[in-house]
Design a protein around this ligand. Structure first.
Ligand code: M6R
Length: 384
């Protein structure tokens, strides 16, 4: 079943271009480069979704979404980081305020959910106890709910009013990889569709964003080549005492996700931080035994990210950086520079996470750990 791969995780990392293509496919028209969210089925049972008339259903979805002026995204772990990327996408494109919360916090803090709120949950398994409790609570409070799941007909999928799917195929490795990138692709579709119907995006921008989204699967193929790179680099990288992952904007959740992957797979200390927070504490951690992992694709925050990077480097930190294309500056100041292809800011995150997945994978293999089944963890957390 591993189809020649040493681990499910590696197989699933390699499946990402296909998984992302499958996540986008139902919602985009590759001829007109437009988005029509397909068969969300607000108010319909999950069993009926396939039979819906897609055009009529999209009209219904538009009616529902037109009435929404606030979004809450609720999830756990990696799914929560995908939700954070979703916040940047939805706020920037559709100009609707988005709050992202960890399900176990949301459900116990008596959240204020105003009328006209959409509560969106993200769950690969669709069975995570806290996320399920959160969606039930949101429904009871009168919110419209929308789930993004990978497992169709899972409990969360069935509870939700509307349904989106990651379409990743089964994810067996405990560490989530393809479900994460597929979710970011679905969130791109959602944000574009939502922005169009709210009138915050013109047709030309829609075309541009859909084109960049359609280009992602083949761009991902190139980034997968870092597999060999990290296989070799792992024996050096494992000597670091700790790893500080940083990024700004939509690269901040990628820093969080990179750090989580390293913790759960290689059992090494890693922290994810918003790069702008460095001066407020973490700078004190930095010395030559600390690796700085900087997620710095070319976007409107790039210059600010670079000045944070220079500060960290001046304290002796060794730099592993991810940037766009042949970036001589980043290459010069980094021990390891990993390039992603030039992309729109909306899709950068789907590309920058891949080297981080591969780095954690190879560090864990090099250290002799069980990659597919890390200690103390379960694939699906069905108890709180
Ligand atoms: O199935 P879910 O997406 O609801 O799972 C949420 C988390 O348990 C999950 O993403 C977890 O953090 C992964 N092991 C991360 O790789």
């Amino acid at each position: 079943e591993k189809q020649g791969y040493t681990h499910y995780m590696l197989k699933e990392i390699y499946e990402q271009p296909r998984a992302v293509a499958a996540a986008i496919e139902p919602h985009v028209n590759p001829e007109f480069f437009s988005v029509a969210l397909k068969n969300i089925g607000f108010g319909q049972s999950v069993q009926k979704l396939e039979e819906l008339d897609s055009k009529a259903d999209w009209e219904k979805t538009k009616e529902v979404l037109k009435n929404i002026d606030r979004v809450f995204i609720i999830a756990c772990g990696t799914s929560n980081y995908a939700g954070m990327v979703g916040k940047y996408l939805i706020e920037q494109l559709a100009k609707v305020p988005v709050e992202v919360d960890i399900a176990s916090e949301f459900r116990y803090r008596n959240p204020v959910i105003p009328p006209k709120s959409l509560v969106m949950t993200i769950s690969q398994s669709g069975e995570t106890a806290d996320t399920l409790a959160a969606i039930r609570m949101a429904k009871e409070m009168g919110a419209t709910t929308l789930s993004i799941c990978n497992v169709r007909n899972s409990t969360i999928d069935r509870e939700a009013d509307g349904h989106l799917y990651m379409n990743s195929g089964p994810e067996i490795g405990v560490a989530s990889t393809k479900a994460f990138t597929s979710t970011m692709a679905v969130l791109n579709c959602f944000a574009i569709g939502f922005a169009r119907l709210r009138g915050t995006m013109d047709e030309a921008t829609e075309k541009e964003l859909v084109k960049s989204l359609l280009a992602v699967p083949s761009q991902m193929e190139g980034v997968l080549a870092y597999d060999k790179y990290f296989e070799e680099a792992a024996s050096k990288l494992k000597l670091f005492r700790g790893f500080l992952y940083m990024g700004r904007g939509s690269s901040f959740p990628i820093a969080m996700e990179g750090a989580l992957k390293l913790k759960e797979l290689a059992y090494m200390h890693a922290e994810g931080y918003a790069a702008g927070e460095m001066k407020h504490g973490p700078l004190a951690l930095i010395d030559e035994r600390m690796a700085i992992v900087m997620v710095a694709p070319t976007d409107h925050l790039y210059e600010k990210t670079i000045s944070n990077l220079e500060e960290a480097r001046a304290r002796g930190g060794k730099v592993i950086s991810i940037g766009t294309g042949d970036n001589e500056k980043l290459r010069a100041i980094s021990e390891h520079y990993l390039a992603i292809p030039k992309a729109h800011w909306t899709t950068n995150s789907i590309l920058t996470v891949i080297p981080l997945q591969l780095m954690s994978y190879h560090l864990a293999c090099n250290l002799g750990y069980d990659v597919d089944q890390p200690r103390n963890l379960a694939k699906s957390v069905t108890v709180e």
